[in-house]
Design a protein around this ligand. Sequence first.
Ligand code: NOJ
Length: 741
Amino acid sequence: MKKFLFALTALAMVACSTAPQMSKEEKEAFKFADKLIKKMTLQEKIGQLQQFVTGKGVVTGPDGEKRNIEEAIRQGTVGSFLNIYSTEEYIHLQKIAVEESRLGIPLIFGFDIIHGCRIQFPENLASSCSWDIEGIEHSARIAAEESAAMGIHWTFSPMCDVSADPRWGRVSEGSGEDPYLGAKIAAAMVRGYQGDDLSSDKTVAACVKHFAAYGVPQAGRDYHTVDMSELMFRNRYLPPYKAAIEAGAVTAMSSFNDFMGVPASGNKWLMHTLLREELGFTGFVVSDYAAVHEMIKHGTAADGKDAAYQSMNAHLNMDMVRGDYIAFGEELVKEGKVSEKTINMLCREVLAVKYRLGLFDDPFKYGRQNQDEVVYRPENLEFAREVAAKSMVLLTNNGVLPLNEGVKIALVGPLADSKRDQMGAWIGYGEAERSVTIREALEKRYGKSNVLYAKGSDFRAPIKGGIAEAVRAARKADVVLLSIGLSYKESGEATSLTEITVPEAQQELLDALKKTGKKIVVLLGTGRAMDIRNEVEKADAVLVTWHGGTMEGPAVADLVSGDKNPSGHLTMSFPYCVGQVPVHYNMKVTGRPRKSPTQKSKYISRYMYTPNEPLFPFGYGLSYSEFEYSDLQVLTPEVELGGVVKVSVKVANKGKYDGDDVAQLYVRDVVAETTRPMRELKGFERFSLKAGEEKVLTFEIPTSDLAYCHSDMSFKADAGEFKVWVGADSNAQLEGVFTLK
Ligand code: NOJ
């Protein structure tokens, strides 16, 4: 039966489409910027829109142009730098800007603080598996404090790109396949970085990236084209960007990809209509690395001048790296192709952020702190250990874990003692020598003589005598901990893969160890979901340790010993095989759905020789305890639009260990105006229960969370029946029903 559609409450409509009111600070910042602009020459205004690398810092892309940086600062033809790796250099350059340029406008320094500054937290995909929003916010706060102490004003984070494609290496920097969870995490990271006071010397500006839809490149190949319906974009990909903007992020970054035919950096619909007019973003947008210039390669700009023309008019404020803005900006204004009004608008938005950071009051307050007091605080290292432990996901366990006390361990594999690899891809200010490896932590926990270490193999090539040495260690031990997976170089930007299995050399190592008959625990180090059928079949337990950051080793020791209980749950489905990719829990149903995983009829939506389902679904994760979910009750079987859906469920810890679990609530709009996902996450709660304890959890879902973008682009909820499920993963079976009136 066709349902009647309701527009959402005024509140939800506002969240969807109308710009929020400007705060007092914003108004004050724009007032300041407008006054300053009056004193600036055209060249100085365009200078504020140009960002360069110094050539001495970290290079994260092609540049190749030599320029006299210091002279450019004096002339006011540059307003920002990125990825400088030295506090002294920050202070030196800022001094030139403030003391030797005509108007003394301070520079803004950006850096990729992706998952920590000095202390590296687990890669972002990993920490999302903790489902610990407060913990993620606190990690971002620690990263901000450390960054500000180094002299950094602005982090290029959070990455809000939803992605379900593990071929794409940058899934490691995101929060997985779900827009609802991704939105909660994006907002938490912005709050963590920016705090309540952007001008404090403990906070930094956040940057919503990569706007937009960078996580869906064709065939998982980085930088590749992105094309999808606006409906799909709005429902699945927009929510985390939107949440980060609503949380107050003061900058955004355009993505490398084209989006529905127009490169993002020249895409006025994205940069202006959607970001500014609809989402109410009042900060500034920086391009990604050379992305303005790359429009030439995209084939939509004739040359650098044309690229600058398109980007400026699209409302992209700052040109990262190649220099097309400063090279051609004045000419474009003189020729009437870009109005001075546009330049003023772009410039005032940059100046306002500099003002809000407090840089006009005190350009040197970042980097002045006593770094020894701020970085590597023992309590923060301890916190990183906790985050890493909460992020790890136990996928299988036949009882081998936790290990018995007094056990003799053979520790094998290329990730077992690699300080750099465990930190993950892009670590910016991280220092590998500060990492505590699995080997170091296990030796401390069990005693050196009880841990027999052998590397066994490199990531993609055998090492001479490696397997024999590992087998000897295994024979002397009670259990093998095999730390295998992908290296840090196989995670992050430009690391697309078409094979997502553990590399062959390491599989050979596993096979040889298996023949010893010893119990094997695979510790899977990775920045992406993988096809791990082989490891699951051969190992007695599989614990995904990810690239767990500075404190990965102690976190692994905590878990394998049972000092802590695993509690992470996947935020990205682990596919059965690469051919299923993208495979995610919130796929649409189709008109010919398969009724059960075993249904064999011909004309249904299925693979001939492969299951439709991933090997491990979104939300999945085991514990040493057994959590039982029962007695789901829909407390509000009928809910008025604008009301709150209430659902309760009993959870009980039936096992021998105290532990945490993540209860997840999914809904399905039974008859909708457009096709909808099979299930959608709409609530979750991380809870703790002692062994034998039980309690009742109550979820409250505002009906505004049931709204979605319809075929006419209106954002509203459908009246009618909804199914609801609660459980410990996206296959949750406890079911209820409610009706939206
Ligand atoms: C390119 C990456 O796509 C982006 O995420 C990063 O912030 C910039 N390089 C700067 O390093």
